[in-house]
Design a protein. Sequence first.
Length: 225
Amino acid sequence: MPQKMNIIRKLKQKFVVNQLQNEKWKCNPLVVELDTTEVCNFACPGCISEDLVSNSTSFSRERLMNLAQELYDLGVKAVILIGGGEPLAHPAVGELIKFFGTHDIKIGITTNGYFIPKYLNEIAEYASWTRVSMDAATSETFGKLRPTKDGKSTFNHIIEGMKNLAKIKRGNLGFSFLIRTEADGFGIQSNISEIYDAAVLAKQIGCDYIEIKPSYNYVGGGYIH
């Protein structure tokens, strides 16, 4: 039987309530979003991080690992690896994931999925959840919405990596589908016709859920989601 999402439960997470009631808590952050790098191997039309990605800068390995230690010392309970660029593109990200995982810091990952095979064991062992931005159910549409810098589609490579992760993961695996239409501009082709097939594909892969979200044009150009 399908499970219903319990949104109210998210408002009263036990570890958050415990921290708020702890008189010794110094108001340090409990959850941190960390951009490991502004580097990305994709060239998605209408990328919301286009200005950042154009910089192509990254934390050094030393600074990144020192930052991990600082977050642990502050009592941070969870870190979400996000971008910026593609978080798994940082060469030290496997070491980073292992550090958090072995120091009782929960890990969430948002990724384009390309580097999952490279860090398969670390992600499977330590990530509480991994959400892959797909936006398509076919290689053709994926190649138009989420192409590499040389214009190729890596759809099959990513699907295979997700399937392998689904077999051994401890956390949840999500399939993210951002609805795109011609109204978004940038010469974008609509992917609405692939929503159902994407849900079927997510199930075949072994995903725990599919996330479907719209994009909105706003005054001044561009879009948000």
